[in-house]
Design a protein around this ligand. Sequence first.
Ligand code: SF4
Ligand code: MG
Length: 334
Amino acid sequence: MSAILTARGLTRRFTMRKPLFGAATVVQAVSGIDLDIEEGETFAIVGESGCGKSTLARLLSHLIAPSEGTVTYDGRDISALSGAELRALRQHMQFIFQDPFSSLNPRMTVGALIGEPLRIHRIGTAAEQRAAVAELLRKVGLRPEHADRYPHEFSGGQRQRIGIARALATKPKIIIGDEPVSALDVSIQAQVVNILEDLKAEFGLTLIIIAHDLAVIRHIADRVAVMYLGEIVELAPAAELFAAPKHPYTEALLSAIPIPATGARRLRTTLEGDPPNPIAPPPGCRFHTRCPHAQDRCRTERPVLRDVAAQHGVACHFADTLSLPGIETTEKPR
Ligand code: SF4
Ligand code: MG
């Protein structure tokens, strides 16, 4: 495998101005992130809301520009692409949103919505586009005649299938799902996740999935990056991250996943309170205000992401000595 998408030192600051006083505050939403996303993998980015994961996804697809750092797609710096090259990039990289229709015209038929990327990128004749829409509907388990209906006639799970069909229309190489199943009932989440997995195999896609909890990505991710206040605090193959987390924050996220009763109960870290204000992140380790293992050093010295095992990076001073409980990985429900 080789990297299809690479980030180096990726940083994004937003300036917010208070309407009355005009005082500007700067939020560093994403801080110095390095990533290599391999072709064909499912890469998950996980963290609480406000941790910068959606901003990171938008930086990776150049929907927004970085304040510092670079993103390389297929060996090219995407901030240096020409207009035509950027349009090709858009074809290759598509988004799935939490609810694909919340921002789209409710008066457009499903067929028009799915076919829209084909019209925008001028792919095929009108007849070919109609045939492609029918085929895409079939691929996501819907019927060609659904093309004439309107989004409100469908359930949340069906709407997300339509969102997936729309994302697939331009035959992308990468699909970025920003909380693609978070708005769905748990019973429907698995169905949508399974469709994504099947389509990934069929089309050789690279998937980047953003989620606020680890449960959603448990059965599909190959690798997981855990983000906290704009930084990656742990990055590891999924099986290893679930079985043997090395960062206390990862362990806390794992503890939120319900485990089938096994008799014995383990003591786990639970997250108290909200994350600190990103405008003024804590000094030292950003997690120290909520970390049950924090020591004096954590309050002043910032831990950097370093490898504690092959392909397993952790940003914690005590990653080698802490013994944190993981969760057992079970068979994927289908
Ligand atoms: Fe906790 Fe310290 Fe590790 Fe940060 S560096 S996660 S505060 S033990
Ligand atoms: Mg978000």
